[in-house]
Design a protein around this ligand. Structure first.
Ligand SMILES: Cc1ncc(COP(=O)(O)O)c(C=O)c1O
Length: 479
C-alpha cells in the first residue's frame, strides 16, 4: 500500500521558497548571499496599519469570525474595486482568503472537471500551473513573448481556446516579467473571450500588483471592459501593496454571490476564517488616507531602482532585458551568457540526474560560487520552457545591495573556470542529510573548520552519488 495518494505526484511548488535551504547552506559555508530571489517588498508595513493590528489585539479581537471575511472589510474592498474599475459589485460577492494565493488553486477546484482546460500565462506565477494537474485539468500555457514585452496577442489567446476551456488566468502587472497590458490589449482580449467562450468560462484576473505600476501609467482591469464584469474573478491582496506578506490577507470578487458562497464553504472546510485583527487592519489600509503616501513612496523607490538596475543588467555581455512596467522584478534573457559559458553543450553532457536546464545550472552556480540568489525560467512555468533561458531578479532590496547583486551576476557570467569546478562538484546536489551530518561532525572536532571540511566533501559526495542507486539518490535528495 502506498503511503501517499497518487495526486501528490501531480503538484509542483514555488521555487522562491524551495531555494531557501540552498541559501542557508551557502551562508553557513561561505558568506552572506545577496537575495534577489524573494517576491516581497523590502519595506515595513506602514505604521498606521501596524498600530491597528496592535489595537485590535488589545481589543481581544482574536476569535473566529465570518468565514467569508468581515463584512466591514468586504465593504471596503468593494468600495475600492468599484471606484477604481467603474463596477457595481456588492460585498456579498467578496471572499477574504489567507493571502492572494489560496483562491488560485481553489478556483481550479471549484470550476474545473477532469479534462477541462486551463489557460495561464507562461512565464507566470508558478501556482497557476502547479495546481492544474492536481485537479486533473489540462494545462494550456499562453506563452508571453519577450519581443512583445511579455504580453500576448489576441490571436495567440484565440488559438488556445477550445470548447473545453474553463478558466483563463491573466496577471498584470506580471510576476515574473513586470509586463503590463494596455487598454487596447485588454479590450481585444475581452472581445476574443466574449466571442469564443461559453458564459460559464471564468477569467481569473490576478491583480495583486495593481498599485505597483511605473511611468505614470494608469492601472486597468479587464473587468472594466463592458460585459466582462459578469465573467471575471478579480483577485487582489495586501501582501505587495502594503509590504505585508506575513499578514496573509487576500481576496477575490466573484461575478455572482452564488460563486462567492461556494468559496466560503471551502474556507470553512480548509481554515474556518482569516484572523480578524488582521482583517481590521486591512480595512484600515484601504481607508486611512496615510496609505496613499506610503504606497507612493514605495512605488517611487521601486521605479528608481528599476531604472538603474535595468540599465546595469543590460550592460552585462550576453544579457538583454525588457523594461518592466510594474511589479518589482526584472526578467533578463541570459541566452547569450549560456552561450558564452558553453553552458548549453555542458548541460547536454551532464548525466540525467544532474540535468535540469542551463539557466537553472547558472542560477545554482551564481548562488554557490558567487553568492547571489535569483530564479530561473522554469520557476515560472515548466511546460514549453525548454530552450528559453531567463532569470528573475527581485528589485526589492537596497540600491547598493542590488548593484552588488548585478556585479556578482556579471562575475558569474564571465567565470568559466568557476563554472567547470562547480559542474564537477555540484554542491547543490549534495543531499541535505549528508550536509547536516558532516556539519555536525566537523563542528564536534575543535580546530576543524566546518567550511573547509564541507568544501572537501563536495567531491566525495559527488562520487558517492555515483555509487548509490539512482532512485535512492532521488529519494534522499528530495527528503
Ligand atoms: C502574481 C501573484 N499572485 C499571487 C501571489 C500570492 O500572494 P500572497 O503572498 O498574498 O499569497 C503572488 C506572490 O508572489 C504573486 O506574485
Amino acid at each position: 500500500m502506498n503511503l501517499f495518494a497518487e495526486r501528490n505526484s501531480r503538484i509542483e511548488t514555488e521555487n522562491a521558497f524551495k531555494v531557501g535551504p540552498h541559501i542557508v547552506r551557502v551562508e553557513q559555508q561561505k558568506c552572506a548571499v545577496i537575495k534577489l530571489n524573494l517576491g516581497e517588498p523590502d519595506f515595513s508595513v506602514p505604521q498606521h496599519i501596524k498600530a491597528e493590528i496592535k489595537r485590535q489585539l488589545d481589543l481581544d479581537n482574536t476569535h473566529y469570525c465570518d468565514p467569508k471575511g468581515l463584512l466591514s472589510l468586504r465593504q471596503a474592498i468593494c468600495y475600492q474595486i468599484n471606484e477604481t474599475r467603474g463596477l457595481k459589485t456588492n460585498p456579498e460577492q467578496v471572499v477574504v482568503f489567507p493571502g492572494g494565493k489560496p483562491s488560485i488553486g481553489l478556483a481550479q477546484q471549484v470550476y474545473c472537471e477532469p479534462g477541462d482546460e486551463v489557460i495561464y500565462p507562461s512565464p507566470g506565477f508558478p501556482i497557476y500551473e502547479s495546481f492544474i494537474r492536481y485537479v486533473r485539468a489540462i494545462p494550456v500555457p499562453l506563452h508571453l513573448e519577450e519581443s512583445a514585452n511579455f504580453t500576448f496577442s489576441p490571436e495567440q489567446l484565440e488559438n488556445l481556446i477550445t470548447p473545453r476551456t474553463k478558466l483563463i488566468y491573466l496577471n498584470f502587472p506580471s510576476n515574473p516579467t513586470g509586463g503590463v497590458a494596455g487598454k487596447a490589449l485588454l479590450e481585444a482580449t475581452a472581445k476574443v473571450i466574449l466571442e469564443r467562450c461559453h458564459p460559464n468560462v471564468r477569467v481569473y484576473s490576478d491583480e495583486i500588483y495593481e498599485n505597483i505600476i511605473f511611468d505614470a501609467q494608469q492601472y486597468r482591469s479587464i473587468s472594466s471592459v463592458p460585459e466582462m464584469e459578469e465573467r471575471t474573478i478579480i483577485a487582489g491582496g495586501f501582501s505587495k501593496t502594503y509590504a505585508w506578506t506575513g499578514g496573509r490577507i487576500g481576496y477575490a470578487v466573484f461575478p455572482t454571490v452564488k460563486e462567492a458562497d461556494v468559496f466560503k464553504t471551502l474556507n470553512i472546510n480548509y481554515f474556518s476564517c482569516v484572523p480578524p485583527y488582521n482583517q481590521e487592519a486591512a480595512k484600515e489600509a484601504l481607508e486611512n488616507p496615510l496609505s496613499k503616501a506610503a504606497v507612493k513612496k514605495m512605488v517611487e523607490t521601486f521605479e528608481a531602482r528599476r531604472n538603474l538596475i535595468w540599465l546595469k543588467i543590460n550592460e552585462i555581455p550576453g544579457i538583454t532585458c525588457q523594461k518592466p512596467g510594474g511589479a518589482f522584478y526584472l526578467f533578463p534573457n541570459i541566452s547569450g551568457v549560456c552561450e558564452n559559458l558553453g553552458l548549453i553543450e555542458k548541460h547536454q553532457r551532464l548525466s540525467k540526474e544532474q540535468q535540469s536546464s542551463p539557466d537553472y545550472i547558472f542560477q545554482m552556480f551564481a548562488l554557490y560560487e558567487h553568492q547571489v540568489a535569483v530564479l530561473d525560467r522554469k520557476s515560472f512555468g515548466q511546460i514549453g520552457a525548454d530552450g528559453k533561458y531567463f532569470l528573475r531578479l527581485s528589485i526589492a532590496a537596497d540600491q547598493a545591495v542590488l548593484e552588488e547583486g548585478v556585479r556578482r551576476l556579471k562575475a558569474a557570467s564571465e567565470d568559466l573556470s568557476g563554472l567547470d569546478k562547480f559542474l564537477k562538484e555540484r554542491p547543490d546536489l549534495i543531499p541535505a542529510w549528508i550536509f547536516a551530518w558532516f556539519r555536525m561532525r566537523a563542528a564536534s572536532f575543535s580546530g576543524f573548520s566546518a567550511c573547509s571540511t564541507l568544501e572537501k566533501l563536495h567531491n566525495f559526495t559527488y562520487r558517492l552519488d555515483q555509487f548509490l542507486e539512482p532512485p535512492l539518490v532521488r529519494q534522499v535528495a528530495s527528503s
